[in-house]
Design a protein around this ligand. Structure first.
Ligand SMILES: Cc1cc2nc3c(=O)[nH]c(=O)nc-3n(C[C@H](O)[C@H](O)[C@H](O)COP(=O)(O)OP(=O)(O)OC[C@H]3O[C@@H](n4cnc5c(N)ncnc54)[C@H](O)[C@@H]3O)c2cc1C
Length: 745
């Protein structure tokens, strides 16, 4: 047996994480423009946004002058322009997923309604940005730039209108009530279209002057669905509708608008062709929604991550001061530590912090991934256009690149000496192979981060609220934690609730290219476990094996009635497996981010003193989070693997037979009916004779030994995780905080 690993060196956590730490972990230490954006967004968040919340700005459903004034703050600080390319008035070149994620994170640290207000403008323009014609981009995107001194044009403020009054569009985006018809089509002239759209819960609608709306054809002369650009001033009805009586994100505007407008056909997003007298939009509304949401949902996931991390300082301040006054004197544990003398409050705060870190790690990784994927996606579109391929033919061509990607993964999975290096180089240099690899990851990471960060994050915000006692549920709660708890639920709902993300994951997580990479990640995690013991990497690697085993099992297994387990209608199987995967992905990325901090932090003089403390504390948080993730995976997979088998007849006698002789002995006298006669049943079985419950003691099912072996291995991998939690809890009692939060309450 190997020697037990030595206890990790304890380096105290001196302060809460600084900007230097975050820049390394989230990989923008070399991006000065992003650092400036973070500072600008922070100044707006902790200044005017916080003051508005503290002054009760959230207590009205209406779009008030105070809320409207924030738009100017976003413009003047550069937050609005951060979404634009330099030629359109922006200051960040190239993809901006990480940039927008960082800005949203900073704003949501104080109030995610403010973040939503700023981001919804980008969402409104995103259909044009992603799929618009060059003319549409030139007209609308550049016009969203804040006005320069002396400019008199109207600044575009956009809204995105997909959701409709019940019973139409919600989660099911195909059930569309919004219609488009030909209003007038004169010979040789551009057709005029009649657009009839009612929206529900449309953000920015109190002030938007451009709306991208999803509509379906109600005319033989228009094919399918599309998104269409509506402008305030188009002939017809432009009714902003009533304000939604929201309990959340009150600093953003949400209305139920009504539109009945006549617009020229060139407003169809992405353009159209005319075929045999029929207008054929180049993109259906679902093509566009897919392109838009796969990016914007990542940012939403980061809003909840920011809330969790923002809760750490106010909770520590509250805990430490709770018992001051009375008989306690400075210097006594009661005075200095207050509630932090109690283990439970520390452990709960460790869980909140670890969740916040893991969700931020997952979200920023997804944002960075899209920054790499964006140019590849453009190359892919150009490549297919050059080959004149669309629809099924395009998918067929892309499938060849997926095969190449799988081959590349097979090669890189071998030891270097056994690889065909020439072939590897060829495949690696093919941008379409790179696209196939990264696209398969993006299709998993985006829904995973939206689902886990917001859904589980909302649960953990409740924990944060509970640690503040009665204050937690008042408007005076430092850090606005009560509001943030409720806000997190909206983040779990809009841009597609959890069910939508689970549906998507249930398809994308079975993609062969993703799974081939996932298998390599298991080996990588095991390697990391030996290089960085104490991070929980070993636990996580085994939990990843368990998840993969279960996925492969349910893909072929049937239930007790012979029905397939892995099927799109069987959400009881596919959804929990999607949830389990999210736990793994978040904990995995957190481990990588801490490794990055340790590696690169050594070169940063500003971190010289604090680095060992940050690294050892974060490693402990990683361990805690990995153990928690492993527990979830274990619980979920066990239910799926065993839960669809039917238990043999369950009466008192056969129930006893499910205990082995040893268990019966220990239970004798504790459970009524367990006595010597029951032991006799178990004995009978042990000798191989007919067992009353037929399946044998402990209801064994053949073929599942691999699972049970892995699961018991996983239990052993949890070694040390509670020691890590104790150390992290201890660190919370010594970490330095500010005297007061840096924003008003
Ligand atoms: C404050 C706010 C701002 C918003 N901003 C916008 C905006 O700017 N633009 C816009 O277009 N929309 C916006 N929305 C709408 C939002 O995106 C939708 O509310 C959301 O997508 C869910 O639709 P729904 O409310 O109709 O829920 P439903 O479709 O009724 O779904 C309700 C629940 O039923 C379950 N469910 C539904 N379908 C399935 C399924 N297939 N499988 C399993 N379970 C299922 C899920 O649990 C789901 O959460 C906003 C909403 C709010 C509250």
């Amino acid at each position: 047996m190997a020697n037990p690993s030595p206890a990790p060196a304890v380096h105290g956590l001196q302060t809460l994480p600084t900007d230097d730490v975050r820049q390394l972990m989230w990989r923008f230490a070399d991006r000065f423009e992003l650092q400036l954006l973070v500072q600008a967004a922070r100044t707006v968040a902790r200044g005017p946004v916080a003051r508005l919340v503290a002054d009760g700005g959230r207590n009205s459903h209406d779009w008030t002058p105070g809320k409207a004034a924030l738009l100017q703050q976003f413009d003047e600080s550069g937050i609005t322009a951060a979404a634009l390319d330099p030629e359109d008035g922006g200051f960040i070149a190239g993809p901006k997923n990480l940039a927008l994620a960082l800005a949203a994170f900073e704003l949501s640290w104080v109030d995610a309604g403010a973040a939503t207000c700023s981001l919804a403008g980008n969402l409104g323009l995103a259909p044009i940005h992603e799929r618009g014609t060059p003319e549409q981009r030139a007209k609308y995107v550049a016009a969203a730039a804040p006005l320069k001194p002396g400019e008199t044009r109207t600044q575009v403020r956009a809204a995105f209108a997909l959701t409709e009054p019940i019973p139409f569009v919600g989660v099911e985006t195909g059930m569309m009530g919004g219609k488009v018809r030909v209003a007038e089509w004169k010979d040789g002239a551009e057709p005029l279209l009649q657009v009839d759209k009612r929206g529900r819960f449309i953000t920015n609608m109190a002030f938007a002057n451009v709306v991208t709306a999803a509509v379906d054809s109600d005319d033989k002369r228009i094919k399918g669905s599309c998104m269409i650009i509506l402008e305030e001033g188009d002939p017809g009805i432009w009714d902003r509708g009533t304000a939604t009586k929201k309990l959340v994100h009150q600093l953003s505007s949400t209305n139920d608008p009504v539109f009945n407008l006549t617009v020229p056909a060139h407003r169809i997003v992405g353009g159209y062709t005319v075929k045999d007298g029929v207008i054929v939009p180049n993109y259906s509304h679902s093509d566009i929604i897919e392109a838009v949401f796969r990016r914007t949902r990542v940012t939403v996931g980061l809003m909840t991550a920011a809330k969790l991390l923002s809760a750490v300082e106010p909770v520590i301040l509250y805990q430490r001061r709770r018992f001051r006054g009375g008989e306690g004197a400075p210097g006594t544990p009661r005075y200095e530590l207050g509630l932090q003398q109690k283990e439970d409050v520390l452990h709960r705060l460790v869980d909140i912090w670890a969740t916040g870190e893991a969700s931020a790690s997952l979200g920023f990784e997804a944002a960075r991934l899209f920054d790499v994927l964006d140019p590849l996606e453009k190359q892919k579109d150009a490549w297919l256009a050059e080959k004149k391929l669309a629809g099924r033919a395009a998918l067929k061509e892309l499938a060849t690149k997926q095969k190449d990607a799988l081959e590349l993964l097979q090669i890189t999975g071998k030891p270097v000496g056994a690889r065909d290096l020439k072939r590897q180089e060829n495949l690696e240099s093919d941008p379409m192979v790179q696209f196939a690899l990264l696209d398969s990851l993006a299709n998993v990471l985006c829904p995973a981060c939206k689902l886990w960060n917001t859904g589980y994050g909302a649960n953990m915000m409740r924990e944060a609220v509970s640690l503040m006692g009665g204050y937690g549920v008042t408007e005076d709660c430092p850090g606005f934690l009560g509001q943030k708890w409720m806000d997190a639920q909206l983040e779990a709902t809009y841009e597609g609730p959890e069910a939508v993300q689970r549906l998507q994951l249930s398809v994308t997580m079975t993609n062969e290219v993703f799974l081939a990479q996932f298998k390599q990640w298991i080996a990588e995690m095991k390697r990391l476990a030996s290089e960085r013991p104490g991070t929980g990497a070993c636990t996580l690697g085994t939990a990843m094996q368990l998840w993969l085993w279960t996925l492969q099992h349910v893909q072929t297994a049937t239930d007790a009635d012979g029905a397939k387990l892995y099927h799109k209608t069987r959400q009881g199987v596919t959804f929990p497996l999607a949830d389990a995967l999210c736990w793994l992905l978040a904990a995995r990325q957190f481990i990588f981010d801490v490794a990055e901090l340790e590696t690169k932090g050594a070169a940063n003089a500003a971190l010289a003193d604090g680095l060992p403390g940050f690294v050892s504390f974060f490693n402990d948080l990683c361990h805690v989070q990995s153990a928690r993730a492993a527990g979830e995976v274990s619980r979920i997979t066990a239910e799926l693997v065993f839960g669809y088998n039917r238990h043999p007849a369950w009466d008192e006698t056969s129930c006893h037979a499910c205990y082995c002789a040893e268990e019966l002995e220990s239970l004798e006298g504790m459970i009524p009916g367990i006595d010597g006669s029951a032991r006799a049943y178990a004995d009978v079985t042990e000798t191989g004779e007919d067992h009353p419950c037929k399946a044998g003691p402990c209801v064994k099912f053949t073929g599942l030994e691999g699972y049970t072996r892995l699961r018991s291995k996983l239990d052993g991998c949890l070694t040390g995780c509670r020691l890590a939690k104790d150390r992290a809890a201890e660190a919370l009692t010594g970490v330095m905080t500010r005297e007061a939060l840096d924003y008003p309450v």
